[in-house]
Design a binder for this molecule. Structure first.
Ligand code: NCD
Ligand code: ZN
Length: 474
């Protein structure tokens, strides 16, 4: 609330969306916070109003998986351009990954990233700490210094951070379990992938589909199973990044039924693209895990609908055009930008009847807010919550164009995709950051998210590394 309790901004006449309802109404904002949500016409007119008539008012999207590249690869992206892209795409909170240079696995690296983010961010953010072989002893220091959660690269990807041993990973989970922090895993088995890629390279395979052949679904089945086993054993909270295939879903469904605290994301490209697209677009679509054969997308949609997959993230992974354009697939960098296109692409799916607008809010805002301990500060439009709000028009789209992207990466898999919806306004903690599609915010407005994870629930505490290295008591 503004200190004097005055109303600073009213969004009038739109359809306000939550996971369970769509109601016509007005939203009053005081300072950084939603002061009231009322029936239409209840609020006295003020100078600063937005007319949302005919449009939808959504909680800003919360993206659990972005790579903003700074420090270390600023030529690909930085915090200013990455968060500008987020804001223009209706994303008001991002969780940023640690495969920067230096990787965010030390206190110095975390502080450096925190400074860069604080100076440049247009939207709110969380910063992931790295969990790797050598930093288990400082995980608690990283927590104290303000990471939002951790990332464990079980399989290799951009940055080539080596996967920790199972021993280190388990010990890391034991520590995170004591604190209630969630660990996101890149769940692919590295030794299968390395062996396959090496054999194919020796055999001369350099075509785009060789990338898929190097990373078959069993890599994810094995790594998801291992991560779930460690999470269940220790009580650590787990998040599965970028679920791409149908094959490991049964493990996650079972784990959830047993009460394991595991959340799961998928990305628009796994829902909507297949190897048929890869045959046309080649290295541009090289991404980890790979885009798969037809049939996986349908299973991922079904898993969203039955709750096995909780949320949509983007894995925004910007690279330069020449880094995505090599003839030889092994020389193309993995990933492409996505944070700016997620909402228009997914709202287009709403228009096509593949999900309801309420499910969209559940999967893009409500579920991630819960997973990261931000609810009800974020992820909902109600009195007392942060005023993180998007006004979207579901009757007017446009063709996605590389040239319009705010990311430094002007090469997206979505170039040419025709949307039927657009993001018109983005409000971050009460401040208009995007006005009728134009970025008007000032860098540095974004702040670290406030999180309150539920109480920790560690398991098997008598068998942890901490327990066994204490001298036995007789
Ligand atoms: C990501 C990147 O470029 O940082 N690339 C990708 O293919 N998804 C890393 C990752 O999330 O695996
Ligand atoms: Zn990943």
């Amino acid at each position: 609330m503004a200190r004097d309790g005055t109303i600073d901004l009213i969004i009038r006449g739109g359809k306000i969306v939550s996971p369970s309802s769509t109601i016509e109404g007005d939203v009053a904002i005081s300072g950084e916070t939603i002061a009231a949500v009322t029936a239409p016409g209840m609020l006295a007119t003020i100078a600063n109003e937005i007319d949302a008539m005919g449009r939808h008012i959504l909680p800003g999207a919360i993206d659990s998986h972005v790579h903003f590249r700074e420090p270390g690869y600023e030529y690909k992206e930085n915090w200013e351009t990455g968060t500008a892209a987020a804001a223009c795409g209706g994303t008001t909170t991002v969780f940023e990954m640690p495969n920067t240079n230096p990787p965010t696995g030390t206190l110095e690296a975390l502080r450096l990233k925190q400074e860069r983010a604080a100076a440049q961010a247009h939207v709110d953010y969380g910063i992931y700490g790295l969990l790797d072989e050598d930093n288990i002893d400082i995980l608690e220091d990283l927590i104290a210094a303000g990471v939002s959660g951790f990332k464990c690269f079980m399989g290799n990807t951009f940055g080539n951070l080596p996967a920790p041993s199972d021993g280190a990973m388990l010990e890391g989970f034991e520590i995170l379990a004591r604190h209630g922090y969630r660990c996101t895993v890149h769940a692919e088995n590295p030794s299968i992938m390395a062996r396959r890629q090496e054999r194919m390279e020796r055999a001369g395979r350099t075509d785009p589909l060789a990338h898929l052949a190097a990373r078959p679904e069993v890599c994810a089945v094995e790594a998801v199973g291992r991560a779930v086993a460690f999470a269940e054993w220790t009580g650590a909270r787990l998040h599965i990044a970028h679920k791409s295939s149908k094959d490991a879903l049964y493990i996650l469904k079972d784990a959830k039924a047993r009460g394991v605290d595991v959340t799961v994301e998928t990305c628009p490209h796994y829902l909507l693209m297949t190897t048929e697209d890869m045959k046309i677009k080649g290295g541009l679509l090289r991404v980890n895990p790979p885009i798969r054969e037809p049939g996986h997308g349908e299973a991922l949609w079904a898993a969203l609908h039955d709750g096995t997959i909780d949320m949509i993230a983007t894995d925004h992974a910007p690279h330069q055009r020449d880094e995505k354009s090599a003839e030889n697939i092994w020389q193309c960098d993995c990933g492409f930008p996505g944070v700016e296109t997620q909402m228009p692409v997914m709202l287009t799916q709403v228009n096509e009847g593949r999900l309801t607008i309420n499910q969209y809010v559940q999967w893009s805002a409500h579920a991630p807010a819960h997973a990261w301990g931000c609810y009800p500060n974020k992820g909902v439009i109600q009195a007392g919550s942060d005023a993180d709000i998007v006004i979207a028009d579901l009757s007017r789209g446009r063709v996605i164009d590389n040239a319009h992207l705010h990311s430094k990466s002007k090469i997206t898999a979505w170039h040419g995709f025709k949307t039927t919806a657009s993001v018109d306004w983005t409000v971050v903690r009460g401040r208009v950051v995007v006005r009728e599609g134009e970025l008007v915010g000032e860098q540095g407005w974004g702040k670290p998210v406030k999180q309150q994870m539920p109480p920790p629930k560690p398991n098997n505490v008598d068998k942890t590394m901490q327990a066994i290295i204490e001298p036995p008591r007789f």
